[in-house]
Design a binder for this molecule. Structure first.
Ligand code: IVH
Length: 692
């Protein structure tokens, strides 16, 4: 019997084991979840070694959840995820006056208002920060969350409590449940002082107030957040147990009465000309405002109209951001590179002499495509004007020809893929040049993986572009399924992950946790993640709504291979899916390599069938409806939007699967088809009665 064993035998091995496990768990929690270790790494390692030694001599004590078996599990990525009771939306943008006029026109049409109807709009500055939802229960702050992907954000309650503008208790008589949506931001002056403090403490500087605000909120230690000069203003509501106002202007007043700050200077406008005048006023005041703004926001004042207007994809129809013109700067083009996207598109990118544009350092700009380079005649070595608007990728506006030296060669767009060497071609009429390498092209494969883990897809934090590229090059991750087989990632690596630049025990553990958390995924996200050409978020959702789950969709796509099949017709019947999109979807699902990937993912993941977002007990939830003819009580767009809100699927053509055809005046062939197939036909009034 060796020495260790005899030592263990003297004490009760089981008891010692339990104590060690408890200690290690305690220190794990301090280290991983609270970011506040109490012992040194060496002391921690000693505890683990002791446990390993004990388990080696007493294998019967090894349980599945012993810390020796579960590196990094039960570790949080920092912030807890929280589901928003009401999704947090973003805004669509207007850049020109005409876009603002179009906004008014769209609203008029959607609501079927007379063309001269007065539409009141609450206008306020758009302050650049990060959005946040504050939930109050019985007047007390119960939860603060970031937007995240709109459906699910991060719990930042502790951090939000440190912000002076966030009242812990509301004044007046707020409803029992009140969710205030707003922006956390930093004033210019406070930002400048913070950076001075950072500099004198030899810490990195923040590029702009927005980054400083975001970085301060995402501190695991709320004491650091507390030292940062953050502010908050409320701009909209989430869940409320009772209405607090019937207008947006009234919401502003109510929020002020509860103790919130509001964005100023704001104005209640009564026409397009009014809002455009407001836009110019604010633009003129912009340099003197105490905070950075990137535009103004227009919100339809009447809440009942807001409700009717609803939202498309991730932005409300009732509001729009009117952005200020992009910031510009002059710099030099050092080179032109070609990037290969996940669908093979070759995109030229200008490598620039780094330059600060409105507080952000820019070193790349998109050149869009070959025609664009040709038209602007951009050559390496040129001085160019670049512009940056918000988060949009910077662009080259023009070449300063009088600064061109000599006659540098014109840029030759490649006719082969720079990564896999396959022929690159322009498909009929397209401006995009594509690599024909498909599955053999490394660049496309890597881009597909990046898309697969991106925020609106699998959203795996820790698997950024750089690490995907590394895993690919080292042949650790070659297909999406490989990500979920990473349990012993270091097995195949020359340098263990935790020893690499930017990595440590903690970030490796976080990565594993993030991957584990995504083993269960909603069907709509899953479809989007596949990166099928022309299938964005909205189309993915429609497909998920139509086919419910993956096995069903795969069956249908196999049948849809025949262009004149019923399955192909069903696909085409989905609103917004035309022949070319349908072609891409069918091709994707029938490609043997893709089929293998799907089989693999199905065996590794739990793909949750699609649940219609608001499929409550409405009479039309899950039904397929087709609108035809002229509708007189509701505009066509409002009628469709309303049907979708109630959980119905709106199709473009009548088939045996149609449940209702709603026929307005002058309905023609679709009505005839419905009669022929025996589909229930409703008048507009009957439809409205049905949906209540
Ligand atoms: S209203 C339903 N008002 O800009 C969404 N948003 O680019 C209502 N923002 O997500 C948003 N200032 O985070 C609104 N005065 C303001 C704003 C504002 C800044 C942010 C907000 C939004 C983003 C969209």
């Amino acid at each position: 019997m060796n020495k260790t064993n005899s030592l263990f035998d003297r004490v009760d091995a089981g008891k010692l084991h339990a104590e060690l496990v408890k200690k290690i768990r305690h220190h794990d929690e301090l280290y991983y979840q609270k970011d506040e270790p109490e012992i040194s790494d060496a002391e921690y390692d000693r505890l683990r070694q002791e446990l390993e030694a004990l388990e080696a001599s007493h294998p019967e004590l090894v349980t599945k959840d012993s810390p020796t078996q579960t590196v990094g599990v039960s570790v949080s990525s920092g912030f807890k995820k929280v589901r928003h009771a009401v999704p947090m939306l973003s805004l669509s943008n207007a850049f020109e006056d005409q876009d603002a006029r179009d906004f008014f026109e769209r609203i008029t049409k959607f609501l079927s208002l007379p063309s001269d109807a007065m539409i009141e709009v609450a206008a306020e500055p758009k302050i650049d920060g990060l959005s946040c939802s504050l939930r109050y229960e019985k007047g007390r702050l119960a939860m603060a969350a970031t937007r995240g992907d709109g459906a699910e954000g991060e719990d930042i309650t502790q951090n939000a409590r440190t912000i002076a503008d966030v009242p812990p208790v509301l004044k007046g008589a707020p409803p029992d449940v009140l969710e205030v949506r707003g922006e956390i931001y930093m004033r210019r002056e406070d930002f400048r002082r913070l950076n001075e403090r950072q500099a004198s403490a030899d810490k990195p500087l923040f590029a702009n107030p927005r980054n400083a605000a975001a970085g301060s909120v995402r501190q695991l230690d709320a004491r650091i957040t507390a030292e940062r000069p953050l502010r908050f203003f409320g701009y909209a509501l989430g869940e409320v147990s009772e209405d607090i106002a019937s207008t947006q202007w009234g919401i502003r007043a109510a929020l002020k009465s509860y103790g919130f700050a509001e964005a100023e200077p704001a104005k209640l406008c009564k026409s397009v000309d009014d809002i455009l005048a407001y836009y110019r006023e604010i633009e003129a005041q912009r340099p003197d405002l105490p905070y950075e703004i990137d535009g103004v926001v227009y919100k339809i004042n009447r809440i009942d109209w807001q409700e009717r207007l609803g939202f498309v994809s991730r932005a409300p129809r009732w509001a729009i951001a009117h952005k200020f013109p992009a910031e510009k700067a002059v710099t030099v083009v050092n080179g032109i590179d070609i990037q290969v996207g996940r669908t093979g598109a070759l995109t030229p990118v200008a490598r620039l002499e780094p330059i600060s544009v409105g507080g952000v350092v820019v070193s790349n700009a998109t050149l869009h495509n070959a025609d664009e380079i040709e038209r602007k005649d951009i050559r390496v070595g040129d001085h160019v004007v670049i512009q940056r608007a918000g988060d949009v990728i910077p662009q080259v506006v023009e070449v300063l020809l009088d600064k061109r030296k000599g006659n540098p060669p014109k840029y030759q767009f490649p006719d082969h893929c720079p990564v896999c060497g396959s022929l690159a071609v322009r498909e009929g009429g397209e401006v995009i040049v594509r690599c024909t390498g498909g599955l053999i092209c490394d660049a496309q494969a890597v881009e597909r993986l990046k898309h697969f883990v991106s925020r609106l897809a699998f959203d795996i934090e820790g698997l950024g572009d750089k690490i995907i590229q590394e895993f690919w090059s080292e042949k650790i991750v070659r297909t999406p399924g490989d990500i979920f087989r990473l349990d012993n990632i270091n097995a195949g690596l020359d340098i263990p992950l935790q020893e690499r630049d930017g990595w440590g025990e903690k970030s490796v553990a976080n990565l594993f946790q993030a991957i584990e958390a995504r083993r269960t995924i909603g069907f709509e996200r899953f479809i989007y993640a596949l990166g099928i050409r022309q299938v964005g978020e909205a189309t993915a959702r429609k497909l998920a709504g139509s086919y419910k789950d993956l096995p069903e969709m795969r069956r249908a796509m196999a049948q849809a291979l025949l262009a004149d099949s019923e399955a192909r017709q069903d696909l085409l019947n989905i609103e917004d899916i035309g022949p070319s999109v349908a072609e891409d979807i069918v091709a994707f699902f029938n490609e043997p390599h893709n089929r293998d990937i799907l089989d693999d993912l199905q065996s590794l993941l739990t793909i949750v069938p699609y649940n219609l977002p608001q499929a409550f007990d409405s009479a039309v939830a899950g039904k397929t409806v087709v609108f035809t003819g002229t509708l007189s009580l509701m505009g066509r767009n409002e009628a469709k939007a309303r049907a979708e809100q109630l959980g119905a699927k709106v199709a473009s053509a009548v088939s045996r699967k149609t449940d209702y055809v709603i026929a307005g005046e002058d309905a023609g062939s679709k009505l005839a088809k419905a009669r022929e197939l025996g589909v229930t036909v409703l008048s507009e009034q009957e439809w409205l009665a049905l949906i209540g």
